[in-house]
Design a protein around this ligand. Structure first.
Ligand code: PEP
Ligand code: CO
Length: 456
């Protein structure tokens, strides 16, 4: 047997377990036909790339690398165009350079991109006035428009999603092979954001970040911090298991990889012990992540980790914690202690977004910048106190000129949210807000992140 294929696992063994967030297709034959077609199509990424990422995650577990994972809550098919893809890549590259300078270690860039098309929902139905239809479940499943036909799951969307993911990835690879200096441009994005609110200082301050990023690259271009600038990895929530299964392929060693993405994660709503989603993750050789929320009990987390990573392989498992700024201090230490007690190798990654959602009086989903910042800085302190390593940051962010999260120096008020809100699901930080968040990682935080000077 291959090294990573556990006994009694096969790519469809998840079907024997309870599937939460199940998508109900009316036309089962159309579903089977779409899956069959998908399973004939070529993979989107290679097992070698996936293994490279796993070794970088292993380094991040030791504090020698840092993982920056970010992008949209939900990608949309209509965003599959050159400008939008380029914006997303440039944002991650610029942020990663600032971060590599702050932390003094190489940053691995991972987009929520090229396949982040399926969404779990707390409410599976949505009601407006006296009509109820299935909730929007991501472009891989149905359409955002509120009507019966738009919200009916359509299996053909899986084939479209595969194609859009492939076009996106192809363009990212092309971008990273051209003039790298173009990657530092964020001028248009800064201007658009400034125009949105006539914020006087904003354009300049974003440009300063951009120039800093370019300078760090020029200074360190040949050094480990930035020499991997051409490396870029993709990730998405492995929610739609029919899709994930169809893109799960065996390599020549007999190991199964999910080759629709480098780094699949399982969301908080589907990460219960013995669930179909955990069963699926158990057998693939990719580095995988699970989202950990306030309901997770220490022993349950330990069992999940042991189920997914029975050999305690380095780089294999990431725990993305997302508690909310009010709960993190109470919940995180116990989980860290439980993992330490049995000496499990995990990458701890902080998602300061998903525990901090709230609805405004107008019913708009938002997050306060100050809550996001508070959860992140508490996470850093807690890991320091517990003697563990925070090795990654997971963000929902965009370089589009939006106002989706309130607060920050950009001073977004609740009443402004409806003016520039394009996210299909959760609110994202805009560039001003995300640079401010990264910039707030000050010197004391650098110390707590256990910096090792990698550059001589
Ligand atoms: C997400 O990452 O968009 C998401 C739904 O996260 P979680 O599973 O942590 O709620
Ligand atoms: Co989200």
């Amino acid at each position: 047997m291959s090294k990573s294929q556990p006994e009694s696992w096969h790519p469809a063994s998840w079907k024997d377990k309870p599937v939460s967030q199940q998508i109900n297709y009316g036309d089962k034959e159309a579903l089977l036909k779409a899956i069959e077609q998908l399973s004939q199509l070529p993979p989107l990424v290679s097992a070698v790339e996936v293994d490279n990422l796993k070794s970088q995650i292993a380094l991040a577990q030791e504090g020698k690398h840092f993982i920056l994972q970010g992008g949209d809550c939900a990608e949309s098919f209509s965003d599959c165009n050159a400008d939008s893809i380029s914006q997303k890549v440039r944002l991650l590259v610029n942020l990663s350079l600032i971060l590599s300078h702050k932390l003094n270690k190489p940053i691995t860039r991972i987009g929520r991109i090229a396949g982040q098309y399926a969404k779990p929902r707390s409410q599976l139905m949505e009601t407006k006035l006296d009509e109820s239809f299935p909730s929007y479940r991501g472009d891989l499943v149905n359409h955002i428009h509120f009507s019966e036909s738009a919200r009916t799951p359509d299996p053909q969307r899986m084939l479209q999603g595969y194609s859009y993911a492939s076009l996106t990835l192809n363009y990212i690879r092309a971008m990273l092979e051209t003039d790298l200096s173009e990657l530092f441009q964020l001028d248009d994005e800064a201007k658009a954001l400034q125009n949105l609110k006539q914020a006087k200082q904003l354009h300049q301050s974003i440009l300063q970040f951009q120039q800093m990023a370019q300078m760090f690259h020029n200074i360190n271009g040949s050094q480990p911090v930035t020499k991997g600038l051409k490396e870029f990895y993709t990730s998405h929530e492995a929610l739609h298991l029919h899709y994930e299964e169809a893109l799960t392929r065996k390599n020549s060693n007999g190991d199964w990889y999910n080759l629709s993405t480098h780094y699949p994660w399982v969301g908080m709503r589907t990460a219960s012990t013995n669930s179909a989603h955990i069963e699926y993750l158990r057998g693939i050789a990719n580095p995988v992540a699970i989202k950990v929320g306030p309901q997770m009990e220490p022993q349950q987390l330990v069992s999940l980790c042991q189920a997914i990573n029975p050999n305690n392989e380095a780089g294999r498992l990431t725990l993305i914690h997302r508690f909310g700024y009010k709960d993190i201090a109470q919940k995180l230490p116990l989980l860290i202690q439980a993992i330490q007690a049995v000496d499990l190798k995990v990458l701890w990654c902080c998602d300061p977004m998903h525990g901090n959602g709230r609805l405004t009086n107008q019913g708009i989903k938002t997050r306060d910048f100050e809550h996001i910042q508070s959860e992140l800085s508490q996470a850093i302190d807690i890991h320091l106190e517990q003697g563990s390593i925070l090795g990654g940051l997971h963000l929902e962010m965009t370089a589009e000129a939006v106002m989706e999260c309130t607060g920050s120096s950009y001073q977004v008020s609740e009443s402004e949210l409806s003016q520039a809100y394009t996210s299909l699901v959760d609110p994202r930080l805009n560039i001003s807000q995300v640079f401010e968040l990264i910039d707030s990682l000050d010197t004391s935080i650098q110390n707590s992140l256990q910096i090792e000077r990698l550059i001589p």
